[in-house]
Each structure stands twice: as C-alpha cells, then as structure tokens.
Design a protein around this ligand. Structure first.
Ligand code: ADP
Length: 275
C-alpha cells in the first residue's frame, strides 16, 4: 500500500479547518443575509440587524464578505484597518462593546481600490475571516454576502454548515425572480431559511401620510407563500436611511424609536431572536 504524503499545504489546511471549527463552536447563531439582486438594501438590512441585536444586549459579530463592494465600513464609519496581532490572528473592529466588525473594506489600502480576484482567492479570504479572526463568544454572527449565488455565499454555506439565511428583496417582480434562485440555492446547499424580508416596501407620503407603493406592493409576502418559506419583515422606504448611510451614521436610525422604520426593524429582530 502506498503511503499518502502530507504536504505543508495539507497541514495548513487541516490547521485552518480546526481553527474554523473551534471559532464557530463559540458562536450560537450564524445568520447569512443574502439577496438575488444588488441594490435592494441587503447591506443596510445586515447592518441594522447587527446594530439592533447588539443594543438589545446580544454579543454580535458582523462579517462583510461582499469582497467586491464592501459597503459596511462606509455605512458604519469604520475608518481603521484590521488589527493584526500574529500570523493567524486578526481582531474585529470594536464598533461597540457588543459589536465587532470585519470587512474587506478594512483591508483595502485605498477606498476606491477594486478587488480583482478569482474564486480560490475569494474562498481563501472568507475562510480566513472565520479561522483567523478572534470573534470570541458570540450570540450572533451576521454575514453580509454579495448578491447572487456565486463563490461567496457558496463558501459561507460550505464553511458554516449551521448557517441560517435571511433573504432580502424589494417588492417588484424583477427582484423577486432572482430571490427564487436564492431560495433554490439555499435548498440545494441545505441552508435553513429563516425568512424573506421585503425592503423598500412602500413610502409614507410626508404630506398626507398615505402609503405610496413605489416598487409595487406585497410581492415578497406572496412569493414567500408560494415558495413555502417564512415571511419575516416588511421595511418601509425612509429617505433618512439614504441620508444617514451616506453620512456614515446609519446607527442614528436607532434613535428614531417612534418611526415606522424603527418599528419594522424591531418586529424583524424579535422574529430573528425567536429563531
Ligand atoms: P445592497 O447591499 O443590496 O446593494 P444597500 O444596502 O447598499 O443595498 O442599499 C442600497 C441603497 O438603498 C443605499 O443608498 C441605502 O441607503 C438605500 N436603502 C436601503 N434600505 C432603504 C430603505 N428602507 N429606505 C430607503 N433607502 C434604503
């Protein structure tokens, strides 16, 4: 019988596998925020879920694996890079006592730098975000995954085998068509779907208070019913979100406790906490 030769690369991989298992064991729940299309508000929803869970006393990690368009550092004003301690030890950015953040945007030297990477490099970066980051004991790890069903969500699904998916959509058919693909992706990789969130779900007229269905209405709920997945949230359009995100101060939405958007997020968070 031939002896199998163990190469340094094999050893490194085994060690990484062990680190991934060790780190994930300390995290109670892992939630991947996905979308079929870009621009539906996925990163905003991922950030808001992480912020709200953290102010409710949960220990939370926010991991941005949208390697080509990392927007979390911009929305949350994370200017510093990653804190590198040893060869295999990175500390997340301490956004608050309860919230740590890691994003590709924290590694890039220049803000407008483009990441031109093929699959294997992306897979390696995502695995390192789990194996080499000192996340510690967490109640929730929120993962912001790029739109679609490519290398990034696949790597997350294969690496975090007990991850749950939150799929963000807008109400109109053009967005829903791609969400059906995301649902089928989750089914294929056996990722539990926590639910569908409809974002940009109507705008309250500032003059008469009536709801304007800017991107149509109720599509997310109908689709969730048809595809037999839970519908867990309806977030209205609020121009303040755009303004605050552009000013890198998204967390100030949390001060508007009387607003429809705050209430919509509070309802969503309760559902997420219940699981
Ligand atoms: P994605 O991650 O899906 O590409 P983003 O989270 O970057 O989308 O959001 C796209 C744009 O939509 C941003 O300008 C963001 O501020 C805005 N946005 C997200 N959700 C809402 C909302 N509920 N109301 C108004 N604007 C929103």
């Amino acid at each position: 019988m031939q002896n199998k030769i163990t190469t340094p690369a094999d050893l490194e991989r085994t060690q990484q596998e062990l680190s991934i298992k060790r780190n994930l064991k300390k995290i109670k729940r892992k939630i991947v925020v996905m979308s079929g299309k870009g621009g539906v508000g996925k990163s905003t929803v991922a950030s808001m879920i992480a912020l709200m869970l953290s102010i409710r006393g949960n220990k939370v990690g926010l991991m941005d694996v949208d390697l080509h368009g990392p927007s979390i550092p911009n929305m949350l004003k994370i200017s510093s890079g990653m804190n590198i301690k040893g060869q295999h030890e990175l500390s997340p950015f301490e956004y608050s006592a309860n919230l740590g953040v890691i994003s590709m945007g924290m590694i890039l030297q220049k803000q407008d730098e483009a990441v031109i990477w093929r699959g294997p490099l992306k897979i390696s970066a995502i695995r390192q975000f789990i194996s080499d980051v000192t996340w510690g004991e967490l109640d929730f790890l929120i993962v912001d995954s790029p739109p679609g069903t490519g290398d990034e969500p696949l790597t997350v699904a294969q690496t975090i085998t007990d991850a749950e998916a939150v799929i963000v959509t807008t109400p109109q058919e053009i967005s829903l068509a791609d969400v059906r693909k995301s649902i089928n992706f989750c089914r294929q990789v056996k990722m539990n779907i926590l639910g569908i969130v409809e974002n940009m779900s109507g705008l309250k007229c500032p003059h008469c208070g009536e709801k304007i269905a800017v991107f149509s209405e109720g599509g997310g709920k109908k689709m969730a019913g048809a595809m037999d997945v839970p519908f867990i949230g309806e977030i209205p359009i609020d121009p303040e979100v755009v303004k605050l995100a552009d000013e890198k101060q998204l967390e100030h939405i949390l001060e508007k406790k009387e607003s429809d958007i705050y209430r919509a997020y509070a309802t969503l968070i309760e559902k997420i906490e219940k699981g």
